[in-house]
Design a protein around this ligand. Sequence first.
Ligand code: ATP
Ligand code: MG
Ligand code: MG
Ligand code: MG
Length: 480
Amino acid sequence: MKASEIRSKFLSFFETKGHTVVKSSSLIPHDDPTLLFTNAGMNQFKRCFLGEEKRAYVRAASSQKCMRAGGKHNDLENVGYTARHHTFFEMLGNFSFGDYFKEEAVAFAWEFLVGRMGLPQDKLFATIHEGDAAMGLGPDEEARRCWLRHLPDERILTFPTKDNFWAMGDTGPCGPCSEILIDQGEAMGCGRPDCRPGCDCDRYLELWNLVFMEFNRREDGALEPLPKPSIDTGMGLERLAAVIQKVPSNYDTDLFTPMMAAIGEMSGHAYGEDPEKDVSFRVIADHGRAAAFLIGDGVLPSNEGRGYVLRRVIRRALRHGRFLGLDRPFLHQVAVAVMHAMQDAYPELMESRNYITRVILHEEERFSETLDHGLKLLQNEMARLQDEGARVVPGELIFKLYDTYGFPIDIVTDMARKLHFQVDEEGFAERMQKQREQSRKHWKGSGERELSEAYRKLSADEVRSAFLGYDQLEAESRVA
Ligand code: ATP
Ligand code: MG
Ligand code: MG
Ligand code: MG
């Protein structure tokens, strides 16, 4: 079953259960300064949960574009190394605004996964919140009772707040949750003797999170009850597709084959040929997808806020391109493959094709030379450190690479990981802070304004609407 079919089957299943299908909102959250990017399906319904907004429906379902790089949920550095994490992904979700609660949410999820998608029941686990004295919450026995209708007691596991209490951000709607995991078998695991559900490896894959929305976390940290208990669920489309298509990773699903083929063709390597190169294939495919969607939603590369996250993903992809021998601009071509892979559900990407590819190409050309110089410096310095027996990349060097060569820190982190080095993140942060203070004293204009002008000129007419709100973004806090 193709991913696009899974997406539409999910939505139509919930439609038959009385849900209104709602279009994905933008990756740029509207009217929510607490959020860097849309990071879950519930974001666009935040005010419905809080009781501040009434809609014509109390049940909704969506397939939501999400971005988890920067902000509270940050998966940037997982990408490449796990089978299940992306920066950009789609979250399938069903929602109840004060209508049904735990029992129906559990029953719907079970019926969809087992009844409709045919997942093997004996491989599924459910987790519930074990309670939290500091929050005044006991174990979620109500959720356990709901699951006992479908699962034996030994496959219902209690997990702590860290895993089973979901919050959108530091403030806003939140609540205990219950997750569905699937055992993908030993071959997918880390092989450690203590590998069991909750392990950080890919064996017990977290598929679906059912959040029992009961609280609003205020700025002072206090939890206040929501007007009515509600349901918010989220399941990664890519993960479900991997399970249904019986492939070992999200990156082997049909959602990614066009990008893997394009990268293979340009580099002369093949995905699956060499585990180290596969990391780079995954990073490039993921980041190319994220870049295409972010630009399509109106983000432009810059040194601050959302634009800096976009710049980071583009630059990280370029550095992984070098590792595959791609030393000429290539990422804009990966973005074209993304448009082909996603055109059923997101035809607007293809409509902005020229604009998106030109923004990426421009960024590729700008960074190309400094990337090579910076990489050379980094390699030489690391070789020198290695000779000296040192195993840490110093903060000062990370800063120099950032400041002179435009290297986001994750490029250094990736290199360090490969050569088993640590990175002095603290030293880097201190150095950054010092520079910020200095530049505040001697501010003469950052050049950012001229840069965004250049992007504006790239294609003033192609996507006028995409620039709405861009000026606000420039004022946002740094995420370096
Ligand atoms: P994980 O523990 O695997 O990082 P999570 O607990 O952070 O996932 P949730 O916040 O519960 O994820 O999000 C709901 C669902 O969205 C997850 O169960 C998973 O299917 C999917 N999901 C979350 N993060 C990612 C990601 N980075 N890439 C792809 N899918 C994701
Ligand atoms: Mg996570
Ligand atoms: Mg989790
Ligand atoms: Mg989760």
